[in-house]
Design a protein around this ligand. Structure first.
Ligand code: ZN
Length: 279
């Protein structure tokens, strides 16, 4: 066995000098084995390093995605809260609301549901865009109603007692069933009648069953009527302030005794004054 040797000649190209190395076969095998071992070790280490860096990148991306999904979830919750408010508003305004209103934000694995979340957010944004002008319009209507409400008188136009309500009744003069479009306030003849709110006199004179009547325009479609007066104290076109004397109580027209027939009308439609009078 000892005669199985391996000779290695190393020749330097520049000088032509050679070096002769003789080692045993086993030694040569051991060296080759050692080199293979070192080589595979280096390969394994390099591979691990590459893998680690790739998985670190993936982990970073994963973390980023997760935080993005969490942001989306938060956005979605906020959007849903806004939609609930809008829905409530729409219901109050009796506006036609369309779906889809239902929204389930309980996602077991948010990462897998990103597409659904994005899709629902798009739908929600469409709903918001549709509702927004309706709500603006509603807000304008509400402010117009508030303005109108401010013009409706809240105070009694004279002293006296309520003798007839706003309702169907048998007319005391004609004996027929008819709607009584105002309230009657009974008091002595010549009791002073005051403007319960600022306004313009649009009628002051005789008008059929009303007898002597004053009609005031308070703006925003709100008018008031003061009928059966014994004396009219204002003229058409005159501006009156709240508390100004406008007439004296009487029993002119269809009347069975001294009283004020008081009406409040909105856009010409009579409303029940008792719903607004405070006392
Ligand atoms: Zn009356």
């Amino acid at each position: 066995m000892s005669d199985k040797n391996v000779s290695i000649y190393v020749i330097a190209e520049s000088s032509g000098r050679s070096t002769h190395l003789r080692i045993s076969y086993y030694m040569a095998a051991a060296i080759v084995f050692f080199l293979l071992l070192v080589g595979s070790g280096i390969f394994y280490i390099v591979r691990e390093m590459v893998n680690n860096s790739a998985s670190a990148t993936l982990m970073d991306e994963n973390l980023l995605l997760r935080s993005q999904v969490q942001d989306l979830d938060l956005d979605l919750v906020e959007l849903q809260r806004q939609m609930e408010l809008l829905q409530m508003y729409a219901a109050q305004a009796e506006m036609p609301n369309s779906g889809p209103w239902e929204l389930d934000v309980r996602y077991p694995d948010a990462l897998q549901k990103t597409d659904q979340i994005l899709h629902k957010m798009v739908l929600l944004r469409q709903e918001v865009q549709m509702l927004y002008p309706l709500i603006l319009q509603h807000a304008e209507d509400v402010s117009a109603q508030k303005l109108q409400f401010s013009r409706i008188p809240k105070e009694w136009p004279c002293e006296g007692v309520l003798t007839s309500n706003f309702r169907y009744r048998i007319n005391p003069v004609t004996g027929k069933r008819a709607f009584h479009a105002g309230i009657d306030i009974g008091a002595p003849l010549y009791t002073k009648i005051y403007a319960p709110n600022d306004g313009t006199v649009v009628f002051s004179g005789w008008r059929g069953g009303y007898g002597n009547i004053v009609i005031l325009d308070h703006g925003q479609g709100v008018t008031t009527r003061y009928a059966h007066a014994s004396k009219l104290l204002v003229k058409v076109g005159q501006q009156v302030k709240k508390g100004d004397k406008i007439a004296l109580m009487g029993s002119t027209g269809q009347s069975t005794g001294p009283h004020l027939h008081y009406e409040i009308r909105i856009d010409g439609i009579a409303i029940d004054p008792l719903k607004y009078l405070t006392r």
